[in-house]
Design a protein around this ligand. Structure first.
Ligand SMILES: [Zn+2]
Length: 96
């Protein structure tokens, strides 16, 4: 089987990236003690972006995660992370 094609269309990275923008954002569950993003890009490189607490998320995110939910977002690839349900918060500081 020879599937060598000389006319392989070159897909520009921009187009590929645009294709990877689904309507619903990616939502993952944080592993215990996880502080860095474990997403891999197309080349298999670990993202390792810092997961930041995201407070002022838009309404579509609120519908996804629930109102007032604790949510984290990777600073690089913007993948969303839910907190690990088994991990209790270290402090009980409540901020409103
Ligand atoms: Zn990431």
């Amino acid at each position: 089987m020879a599937d060598e094609t000389t006319t392989t269309p070159a897909i520009p990275p921009e187009a590929a990236a645009a294709k990877e923008q689904p309507a619903a954002p990616k939502l993952k569950m944080r592993k215990p003690k996880q502080r860095a993003c474990d997403e891999k890009d197309a080349k298999g490189k670990l993202c390792a972006g810092h997961l930041k607490r995201w407070y002022d998320y838009p309404r579509e995110i609120e519908q996804l995660v629930g109102k007032g939910a604790e949510i984290y977002r990777c600073e690089f690839c913007k993948v969303l992370y839910r907190p690990d349900p088994k991990q209790q918060p270290n402090s009980y500081t409540i901020r409103y």
